[in-house]
Design a protein. Structure first.
Length: 394
């Protein structure tokens, strides 16, 4: 750098530095109308803004002297501090729930104001046209780099916030599905997860290993909470009884082999899981075939099947009068007894169901009466037989 060039740079730097307080004040006043919170940020961070402004001046001068590639913001002294400051501005923008575009628009306002001051100073000092052009390019390039820093902060905060919110939602779901959680803890967790507590809820369960099921769950109401329970995954759906919600769920869950648990008050959600798990088992066994299965439409079947061992004991006890028969004859009489109970003794209906002659029905029923005796005329005994034989097949 020649002596004249060095003196010219020093003169321009001194002139620009002297205008920095005026520049910052003007930007602050312009922001006060449309962006009052940004103006307040300038007031609250005078040292950071002064450092950024001084770096801005040095950046312009380096650009004018060496060209654009010589003075990227990340190569300048103090650049790390400036990057942190403007990333933090971007983070605060996300935290405040504001759109990033609004912030970047304010930066452009600042850029235009800065260029007005820089150009006025440069013209007053009669700098060469090529230097003036380089200064113009540097102003807007610098602002673009600051914009990038804020955009990066905005996106980082957005991602971290989403991860934290997802963790909070998972913790809330765990509390809701635990029978040891109090409502105070649940309310506090809901506040952390920013999840408005509904009056009622239901658990939706699908096969955790099914890609189709996972894709289907992603299309269900965004207000639902994710659930990971043993080998199943699903959702806690808020207020599924609201008007139109059931049909929405039916459409959204079709094809996922999903089970929707019984709708219960939030404090009883662990019971909804238990009911849903039984329904999942019955669906896997082919007893429940709806797609999706709504547990509250099959509570009778779920009650009957909630303990397969008890049902087995009951069937064994009630069918003991047939134990001495050969397997084939025994199964035919059980089949006939089941149809007899279902059709309340109507021989024609029984014959149609079993595809046999009514006279064959008469013969088999006579055999049943011989073995069961008065039990077939006892309402109590018929109810028990119905429970053991007919209900599981409904």
């Amino acid at each position: 750098m020649t002596t004249d060039a060095a003196q010219g740079r020093a003169q321009l730097e001194l002139a620009l530095d002297s205008r920095l307080p005026e520049l910052i004040a003007e930007v602050r006043d312009l922001l006060a109308d449309g962006w009052p919170e940004y103006a307040a940020f300038l007031d609250q961070n005078p040292d950071g803004m002064q450092q950024a402004a001084e770096l801005f001046v040095h950046r312009l001068l380096d650009m004018a002297e060496h060209g654009r590639s010589a003075s990227r913001i990340d190569r300048l002294e103090g650049a790390q501090t400036i990057q942190i400051v403007f990333e933090q501005i971007g983070r605060r923008q996300w935290q405040a729930g504001e759109d990033l575009t609004r912030l970047l628009t304010a930066y452009q306002l600042g850029a235009r104001t800065a260029w007005r001051h820089v150009s006025a100073t440069a013209l007053a000092l009669e700098v060469r046209p090529d230097v003036l052009a380089a200064l113009a390019e540097a102003v807007f390039d610098f602002i673009n780099q600051l914009s990038s820093a804020s955009a990066r902060g905005y996106v980082l905060e957005q991602g971290e916030d989403a991860s934290a919110r997802e963790r909070s939602r998972e913790e809330l779901a765990d509390l809701l599905l635990s029978d040891r959680s109090g409502m105070t803890a649940i309310r506090e967790a809901a506040a952390r997860a920013n999840w408005p507590l509904p009056t009622t809820g239901a658990v939706v369960l699908v096969d955790a290993n099914a890609d189709v099921a996972r894709r289907v769950l992603s299309h269900v109401d965004a207000g639902s909470l994710p659930v990971r329970h043993e080998q199943l995954s699903g959702l806690i759906v808020p207020d599924p009884g609201l008007s139109g919600r059931r049909e929405q769920l039916r459409r959204a869950l079709r094809g996922a082999n999903a089970v929707v648990g019984h709708t219960v008050p939030l404090e009883y959600l662990p019971r909804s899981v238990t009911i849903a798990q039984i329904a999942v088992r019955l669906k896997q066994q082919g007893i429940l075939t709806d797609d999706p299965v709504f547990a509250d439409e099959h509570l009778d079947t779920i009650i009957v099947h909630r303990d397969e061992r008890l049902m087995g004991f009951l069937r064994e006890q009630l069918l003991a009068p047939l134990d001495d028969l050969p397997a084939g004859a025994r199964e035919r009489l059980i089949e006939t007894l089941t149809a007899w109970l279902r059709h309340m003794g109507d021989r024609t209906a029984i014959a149609e169901e079993l595809h046999i002659h009514p006279q064959t029905v008469r013969y088999r029923v006579a055999q049943l009466r011989e073995r069961f005796g008065d039990q077939l005329d006892s309402p109590r005994s018929r109810a028990r037989l119905f429970l053991a034989l007919v209900w599981p097949m409904r």
